[in-house]
Structure formats: structure tokens, C-alpha cells
Design a protein around this ligand. Structure first.
Ligand code: ZN
Length: 54
């Protein structure tokens, strides 16, 4: 369970979600627009980038 709560999308205010790619890296993507963070091994790092932009 991540201690980083995801803020709303920095572009549209919609909800972000965790998306894992084939390399076991996680990024945070928006379910409404195409905004997404870079992929990270640690999902907390993706959450940090997301929240920094939000
Ligand atoms: Zn969005």
C-alpha cells in the first residue's frame, strides 16, 4: 500500500491510476486525458512525480 495518495490530474483534474508495463515498471496515468509520468521501478517514485506536477 502506497503512502503517497494520488492527486487529481494536473491537466484535467481527473483521477490518476497506476499502470504497470511489461518491464515491471509503474507509471501514473490519467484515465481521461493522455497525461502520464515516466515509468519507475518504485511506484512511489511515479506517485511523487505525479503529485509534483499536480
Ligand atoms: Zn488528465
Amino acid at each position: 500500500m502506497s503512502k503517497n495518495k494520488l492527486r487529481p490530474c494536473p491537466r484535467c483534474g481527473y483521477k490518476g491510476y497506476y499502470e504497470v508495463n511489461g518491464l515491471d515498471e509503474t507509471r501514473v496515468a490519467c484515465s481521461h486525458c493522455n497525461f502520464a509520468t515516466n515509468p519507475y521501478i518504485d511506484r512511489d517514485d511515479a506517485a511523487k512525480e505525479w503529485n509534483r506536477r499536480a
